[in-house]
Structure formats: C-alpha cells, structure tokens
Design a protein around this ligand. Structure first.
Ligand code: NDP
Ligand code: GDR
Length: 341
C-alpha cells in the first residue's frame, strides 16, 4: 500500500518540489488548492500529472476537516502561507489568520479526523509545519540552532512563531506526531519574482537580453543563509520518518549578502551589478532582519540530511532558467513564470 500525503500550499515553490519528491518515492499525493479558478493549480497539475487535488483554504476550518477526512493521509505537510514578509505589514491581520491561526485549524482538522496519535506506536496522522528562520529575527546568537530564542521582526515572523508553538503544544497536549522545520531561505527557478534572489536573477537575464536597464533593490547589506528548495523538501520528509517527533533547523550554514547575490548573477551574464542596481529606500523594511545563519548540526546528525547545491550554483541555475524564460517571452510572447506556480 502506498503512503498518502496531503500538501497544503502545493501551488507554491516548496509544494511543487515536495509533490514531485513524494510521488518519486511512491506516495499518492493530494494538494490542497484554494479558489474556484486558481491558475497555479492548472499549471502544477499540468506539470505533475499524478498529483491529485482537494479543495480547501487555511481560512476555512470546515474545508480542512473535509480535506483530511477525504484524503485519510499518513502525512500532512502545511506549507501554506502568505510568504512574502513585506505583505505582513500591509495586511497584518490576514497574515496572522492564514500563517498563524491557519496552523491551529490544520491541527484541529487532524485531531478531529484521526484522534490523538501516540508515537512511536505509529498510529495517526503525522504533521509537518513550515516554520521559518524569520522567527529568530533579531538574532540572540549566531549561528541559530533549535534552542536559539525567537525575536521575530515582522507580523509574518510573529504569526509563524504562533504556528511553531501551537504545533509543539498539540504534540505535548495530545501526543500528536507534529513537528516544525525551522527552514532558512531556500530558492529555485520556481521562486516567486517578489523575493530578492529571483528578482535579481530575472533582472540580470532581462538586462542581458535588453528587456530592462535597471534593478531597484532595498537593503543590499542584508545577509541570509540561502539554499536550494529541492534539497530542503528532503529534510521535510525525513522529519516525518523518525521514531520521535522533533523540530529541526535546516540551512546550509553559509552566509551571503544581497550584494553577493547580485554579483554572482550579473557576473554570470558578463555584466557588472554596480552598473545596473539602484538602491530604493522605499524597499527597505520597517524592521529588518539583518543577518541569519543556520546551525543544522542536529538535522545532519539525526536525519542524515545534507544540502547538495551550493550558493553560486543555485544563483547560476536561476539565472540560466531566467535567460531561457526571458528569451521565450521576447521571441514568442510567452509568459515569464515570475509568479508562483
Ligand atoms: P510560496 O509563497 O511559494 O507558496 C505559498 C503557498 O501557500 C501557495 O501554494 C499558496 O497558494 C498557499 N496559500 C496562501 N494562502 C493560503 C490559504 N489561505 N489557504 C491555503 N493555502 C494558501 O511559499 P514557499 O513555497 O516558498 O514556502 C512554503 C512555506 O514555507 C510557507 O509557509 C513559507 O512561509 C515557509 N517558508 C519558506 C521559506 C523559503 O525560503 N521559501 C523559508 C522558511 C519558511 P495560492 O497559490 O493559492 O496562493
Ligand atoms: P525573506 O526573503 O524576507 O528573508 O523571507 P526576501 O527574498 O524577500 O528578502 C531577503 C532579504 O533581502 C532584502 N532585500 C530585498 N528583498 C526583496 N524581496 N526585494 C528587494 O528589492 C530587496 N532588497 C533587499 C530584504 O530586506 C531581506 O533582508 C523569505 C520568505 O521565503 C519567507 O517566507 C521565509 O520565511 C524566509 O525567507 C525564511
């Protein structure tokens, strides 16, 4: 019997990689899709023909209960969120509802459908929550590990911190197998164009091919630990295969600045980033997370997880993909996949 997985957020970057990965392992996979005519559902359905869909929304408790009841999953991955941090200052209440209370709704749906599970006996549904390095925010120590205190700097980070703790609480209150992966930034050619890496790689391709002249960026000094999304979905899956549920930090342990991303991307197409990047103070955040770096020793040791794609390789892979997409757009009027799947 193949295992059954439900992915909430399947139309996003990580959802697409995770669906492909689980299907490659022999899982039967359902993706929760929202809205009556979600274009990303059609796109991902075309790309992953074995993926099945179920309707639902993190804002709608009943739909989550129905989805879990219908799928009867072994594993539920909650990757659903309004994931662009600046949105969380503009729509703080909505982001809190989706990214924070939404997690509680998923946990409740699982509890109502399956009842409590008691690991390691193995009964019940296993739950993965997409926690974030944004929870560390103004970092108390560097690098950050599982025990590092949280100090989120955005409504997004605050909502994710609630999601993290409510998952811990359901584990402690009901014996559920519920875990959070505290994932650091991870990117890919499927990254939304609003995030800084993809914004830069798309612009480097666009400038190289004569489609634009300049790139407006905010804080060039921000430092992140950037890895490849395809590597990180393996860690999500591994976290649900352990005897004991536990939370893990997942990142590469390497730090790079936004300026480094620009340098690698522009150099790859034979340009100088300094000739094209304009700093726009309007893109600087009300409260910035200046620097993040993961200590993933626990994940390496307990899960055997290792990232495979390095920083320069990742950025170059993204530029390569964007060059192809911008050429198609220029020559055939094709859509640049600049938004999420
Ligand atoms: P994306 O923005 O690419 O995808 C977000 C997904 O959430 C989409 O499928 C979106 O669906 C879905 N979603 C949004 N609102 C709702 C809702 N109300 N109900 C159900 N689904 C909804 O994010 P990523 O794939 O990059 O990230 C996946 C998760 O991991 C997110 O929770 C993010 O916050 C978290 N995370 C991401 C990191 C990263 O670097 N990528 C790092 C750490 C954490 P739709 O297509 O309908 O909008
Ligand atoms: P982040 O990713 O906020 O870390 O959240 P993003 O790529 O948006 O920003 C990274 C850093 O770059 C700086 N920056 C800019 N960012 C954007 N988007 N656009 C710009 O023009 C720009 N200029 C500078 C930002 O200020 C920031 O410091 C991502 C998301 O995937 C979250 O959902 C996830 O939880 C975290 O990563 C871990």
């Amino acid at each position: 019997m193949s295992k059954r997985a439900l992915i909430i957020g399947v139309t996003g970057q990580d959802g697409s990689y995770l669906a492909e990965y689980l299907i490659s392992l022999g899982y039967r996979v359902w993706g929760l899709a929202r809205g009556q005519a979600n274009p990303r559902k059609a796109r991902i359905g075309g790309l992953i023909p074995d993926l099945e869909f179920v309707d639902g929304d993190l804002m709608d408790q009943g739909s989550l209960v129905s989805a879990v009841d219908m799928v009867q999953p072994d594993e539920v991955y909650n990757l659903g969120a309004i994931s662009f941090v600046p949105m969380s200052w503009r729509q703080a209440e909505l982001v809190t509802e989706v990214n924070g209370t939404g997690v509680l709704r998923v946990l409740e749906a699982i509890r109502r459908v399956s009842g409590p599970a008691r690991p390691p006996s193995g009964g019940g549904i296993r739950f993965y929550q997409a926690s974030s390095s944004e929870m560390f925010g103004m970092v108390a120590e560097s690098p950050q590990r599982e025990s590092t205190p949280f100090h989120p700097r955005s409504p997004y980070g605050v909502a994710k911190t609630f999601g993290h703790y409510i998952t811990c609480n359901y584990r402690e209150s009901y014996g559920m197998y519920g875990v959070s992966g505290i994932l650091f930034n991870h990117e890919s050619p499927r990254r939304g164009a609003e995030f800084v890496t993809r914004k830069i790689t798309l612009a480097a391709a666009g400038i190289k091919l004569g489609r634009q002249d300049t790139l407006r960026l905010g804080n060039l000094d921000a430092v992140r630990d950037w890895g490849f999304a395809g590597d990180y979905v393996r860690a999500m899956h591994l976290m649900l295969q352990q005897d004991e549920p536990a939370d893990y930090v997942v990142g590469t342990g390497r730090m790079h600045s936004v300026r480094d991303v620009a340098r690698v991307a522009f150099e790859y197409v034979g340009l100088r980033w300094e000739d094209h990047v304009v700093v726009d103070p309007g893109l600087v955040r009300p409260a910035e997370v200046e620097t993040l770096c993961a200590d993933s020793a626990a994940a390496r040791e307990a899960l055997g997880w290792e990232p495979e794609v390095g920083f320069a390789e990742l950025i170059q892979m993204m530029v390569e993909s964007d060059l192809a997409q911008v050429r198609l757009a220029r020559d055939y009027g094709a859509e640049v996949v600049g938004t999420r799947w």
